[in-house]
Design a binder for this molecule. Sequence first.
Ligand code: NAP
Ligand code: ZN
Ligand code: ZN
Length: 360
Amino acid sequence: MAAKSCQEGHPTEAFGWAARDHSGVLSPFKFSRRATGEKDVAFKVLFCGICHSDLHMIKNEWGISSYPVVPGHEIVGQVTGVGSKVEKFKVGDKVGVGYMVGSCQSCDSCHDDLENYCPDTIVTSGGKYHDGATTYGGFSDIMVADEHYVIRIPENLPLDAGAPLLCAGITVYSPLKYYGLDKPGMHVGVVGLGGLGHVAVKFAKAMGIKVTVISTSPKKKQEALEHLGAHSFLVSRDPDQMQAAIGTMDGIIDTVSTMHPLFPLIGLLKTQGKLVLVGAPEKPLELPVFPLIMGRKIVGGSSIGGIKETQEMIDFAAKNNITADVEVIPMDYVNTALERLSKSDVRYRFVIDIGNTLKN
Ligand code: NAP
Ligand code: ZN
Ligand code: ZN
């Protein structure tokens, strides 16, 4: 029997898989979602990517998880119902939801299309709606979300390989643009060739950027160069290779999910280069100050992207045939997938075929 959690004011029966504790294991879970409100879009979930942030939350590595957690924030599906005031979507449309399903809609960030930096962002999984109910993510049969936070999926974008763009895609696209690392001819390093890293290579290449992958896994070299089309590949644990690339990069997108030294990465930057951290390790990283001062270098961060920019990114991806490289898996493979993801053993994103394999 699946455990059940029905929340007040959330009458629609839903079914998914949840973590009940920090063991890293998910199991079937019955819960409920809100009725489709006047500005809401309801949709049947077809595919959902597994992001490393899901793993951090499942295992409570950030110390903020409150169980049960229904993960999943790279969600695509088909609209089954819309509220009376919904303007952008109709039944049958292909849609997606990423890392957030709400924000205050009145602060400066919200006004500037930067809902991702709103202090009251409602995250898709493991957050709280304004009524206090827990948000449950896309490892589930149905979703209901305010249309403002719903992304239109272009006709030519495959749903399975397109799903990871909703988090991995926007998380690397946004800093490339914001930090001005999108100018043709620039040289950008991508650290960590996982879910985020491999789409970073694809977006940067589509922008005309020269890309170097900086990885701990020498075995990923051939694929990075031949299949993903990176221009070069550095093994970060090989001091000779790192030494040879010192001072060559305009910017670096660092997607590493765990503790790692920043000093060698700062060394790869040209004077005034920018190191942008998007990976979210559980503990603070050590920041060497002298190499920053001596080269007027910048270390910055970036969190997903606003809704307008997410739509722009999806449309850019569809136009440039950018999708994630995915391993599509059935729902009941999820625990093995999580174990493999924790060992960087995925090419390069797991996507769960929710529509065909989630059985109540
Ligand atoms: P992922 O698929 O697991 O990729 C992370 C990559 O980091 C691995 O493939 C590996 O690449 C590298 N890595 C792993 N352990 C390492 C170590 N000890 N030292 C150096 N490199 C190591 O994860 P992901 O889904 O891309 O997510 C990456 C991180 O971004 C996570 O922390 C996630 O929470 C975070 N994230 C942030 C945002 C945001 O808005 N800022 C959004 C989504 C995700 P190599 O084998 O090539 O070394
Ligand atoms: Zn994510
Ligand atoms: Zn706001």
